[in-house]
Design a protein around this ligand. Structure first.
Ligand SMILES: Nc1ncnc2c1ncn2[C@@H]1O[C@H](COP(=O)(O)OP(=O)(O)OP(=O)(O)O)[C@@H](O)[C@H]1O
Ligand SMILES: [Mg+2]
Length: 417
């Protein structure tokens, strides 16, 4: 039987569904062989609100990636976020009676740590070990082979709403793919953006997406906190749309092309032309006004992040500071304003390149999907054998792909120029 080395990550985001197909390589990072990117229409604040529209976006994104990779996608690692996600730390203890600790003992203690009362409408997505303690020795990452009387595990548990997880999984499965693995989006983004050293020193990853801002806090290589804030880049756009009295599409254009959150970074006297709502009449708007509107929203977001740092007593833990990623991190001045308000070093985090990654993928909005692919490459259950999924790309398929939304030209144009 051939090696199951074809892996897939699907990021079902609020603004786009991105699919990556990769080929995993023993002992190394995977090689990207297919990319699909399609606008998302069925999610609000990271949660599915319209099943049909979500299936349609996933289907089109999959189709593009399948066509490029020349494989049929049957299973994938998918990302999840949304304000239904709730995480907490827990611990468990098992007796080991002086014998050598085995992998089974580790599994038993992790089971004990997750034996906490969880409401019936929630399920556990991740149980992530932080450290083990054997008798009085703390800070152990892998206790297998050690001897002692008592094994203790400290873990981070991520839970989500059963029905909202089900809705996302159902959409992916209706699009023809088995959701083999579900990963919390900021954990995936961290994989793509952060170095081992940063996770050891202590760092906050902030993924500012379209609908939510997802947080993952790392210390000594372990996840110590995760949280989803229901504010994202779309809120910045909505604020602009209301303040400037322009359509959402025009506000998005203005934000992406001229947006800034710091007065110091702009030419105070410059203006831009915007297309108004009434019969498309144009108006002149001072850039200063954009900064006032976007800056107020950014300040609110950074204050929420600061409150999380205070509430969970993280200030002393995050020596490496804060990394902003996700499309929302690209508004000019975000890292400078963040550093001023949060009082820790703040920078924008770009995905670390690996095989087959073009410049176009090396942007903060692709951190999650790249991390999902890295995740899939480490999970032996996620792979598909190439000769089982390979397909001939015929003219019919090209015609079908072209009918669904973007033309092939735009796909290849975007990724391969
Ligand atoms: N160059 C840019 N400047 C400013 N904002 C940008 C830029 N590019 C993208 N954005 C914003 O980033 C947001 C989308 O980010 P991203 O693609 O990471 O979100 P998503 O993954 O679809 O959503 P979510 O993670 O919330 O489900 C949008 O609000 C978009 O306006
Ligand atoms: Mg996202």
């Amino acid at each position: 039987m051939s090696e199951k080395n074809i892996i897939v990550g699907i990021d079902v985001g609020t603004t786009k569904v991105c699919t990556l197909v990769g080929q995993s390589r023993p002992g190394g990072d995977p090689e990207i062989i297919g990319i699909g990117n399609y606008p998302s229409h069925g999610l609000k604040k990271g949660t599915v609100v319209n099943i049909d529209k979500t299936i349609n976006s996933i289907y089109n994104s999959l189709n593009e990636a399948q066509l490029m990779a020349g494989v049929n996608i049957t299973r994938a690692t998918i990302g999840i976020a949304g304000s239904h996600i709730y995480s907490f730390n827990s611990s468990g203890v098992v007796p080991i009676k002086g014998k050598e600790i085995t992998q089974e003992d580790v599994e038993r203690v992790l089971e004990a740590a997750k034996a906490v009362v969880i409401p019936l409408d929630r399920e556990i997505l991740h149980v992530i070990p932080q450290e083990f303690k054997v008798d009085n020795t703390t800070g152990i990452k892998n206790p297998v082979g050690m001897c002692g009387m008592r094994l203790e595990a400290h873990v981070h548990i991520v839970t989500g709403s059963v029905s909202l997880i089900h809705n996302l999984v159902r959409c992916v499965e209706q699009a023809g793919v088995h959701a083999e693995n579900i990963t919390l989006q900021p954990i995936a983004s961290s994989q793509a953006v952060l170095s081992v050293e940063e996770k050891d020193l202590g760092i906050v990853l902030v993924d500012i997406g379209g609908g939510t801002t997802d947080i993952a806090v790392w210390k000594e290589g372990s996840l110590i906190h995760s949280q989803v804030i229901p504010v994202g880049g779309n809120h910045f756009t909505n604020d602009l749309s209301i303040a400037l009295k322009v359509s959402h599409a025009e506000a998005e254009r203005v934000k992406v092309n001229h947006g800034c959150v710091l007065q110091e970074k702009i030419n105070q006297s410059s203006h831009i032309t915007v297309k108004g709502l009434s019969e498309g009449k144009s108006a002149e708007v001072p850039i200063q006004r954009l900064v006032e509107v976007l800056g107020a929203r950014a300040e609110e977001l950074f204050n929420m992040i600061q409150n999380i740092i205070n509430e969970y007593d993280l200030s002393g833990e995050i020596t490496a500071g804060v990394v902003l990623t996700g499309g929302g991190a690209l508004i000019r001045g975000m890292s400078e304003l963040g550093e001023y308000l949060i009082n820790h070093p703040v920078k924008v985090g770009y995905p670390v390149p690996f095989g087959g990654m073009t410049n176009i993928m090396q942007k903060p909005q692709y951190s999650t999907v790249l991390g999902l692919l890295l995740d899939a490459s480490k999970n032996p259950d996620c792979g598909m054998a190439f000769d089982e999924v390979v397909r001939e790309v015929g003219t019919d398929e090209i015609a079908t792909a072209t009918r669904f939304g973007k033309s092939l030209k735009s796909i290849f144009g975007e990724f391969f120029y």
